[in-house]
Design a protein around this ligand. Structure first.
Ligand SMILES: [Zn+2]
Length: 197
């Protein structure tokens, strides 16, 4: 389903470290967050350039300047959600926003019974009237494409072409090197990339 959040997970796949600039983490974060905004699930393939996506410190830089270059404090976010978040203190959205605790209704609303999830929905204003209209619009677009033009549906729900080849990157250190072998690029090399996600 188009607005289904990822399976719950406790740990990250990658662990690059000691880069001099946080922008260097971008390919790792694109792969880790499957090319979509961790908060609203907007996909790279729905826009034109990946720079529309930002690398967000979920512990705000002003409060945790020592975590500026900490991969485990970075998430992949669309510009809209990063702008709404600003310097709010929030829980880690990667572990919090999962398919078991948050559901998108056909009218576009996100619902959850978990207080921490409700709080993050409120903090990022994920049920704003504009986002509800946006979700319903995309549900309808993908539904129509699935019925009438399956190749377009695959394009809208599939992976971008420029999957980052993490094996070619040489981070100063990486606490989880085994993650490279299960990156989306590595899966494509093995012919294991799903048609959609
Ligand atoms: Zn977003």
């Amino acid at each position: 389903m188009i607005f289904e959040y990822p399976e719950p997970r406790a740990v990250r796949t990658h662990g690059p470290a000691q880069y001099a600039s946080y922008e260097s983490f971008r390919p790792w974060l694109r792969d880790e967050f499957t090319f979509r905004c961790v908060y609203c699930l907007k996909r790279e393939t729905w826009g034109q350039v990946t720079s529309e996506f930002e690398l967000d410190h979920f512990h705000p830089q002003v409060l945790s300047p020592d975590r500026k270059l900490d991969y485990f404090n970075l998430v992949y976010s669309c510009r809209r959600c990063n702008a709404v978040k600003l310097d709010q203190v929030i829980d880690d959205p990667l572990t919090l926003l999962s398919s078991t605790v948050v559901t998108a209704l056909p009218d576009g609303h996100l619902i959850s019974r978990v207080p921490e999830v409700k709080r993050i929905i409120q903090q990022i204003d994920l049920n704003s009237p504009k986002l509800l209209r946006w979700r319903v619009m995309w549900m309808r677009i993908v539904e129509l494409a699935s019925e009438h033009e399956p190749s377009l549906a695959r394009q809208l729900m599939g992976f971008p072409d420029d999957l980052p080849d993490l094996a070619k990157l040489r981070p100063p250190s990486n606490s989880r090197p085994e993650g490279v072998g299960i990156s989306w690029h590595a899966k494509r090399e093995k012919g294991q990339l799903p048609a959609s996600y």
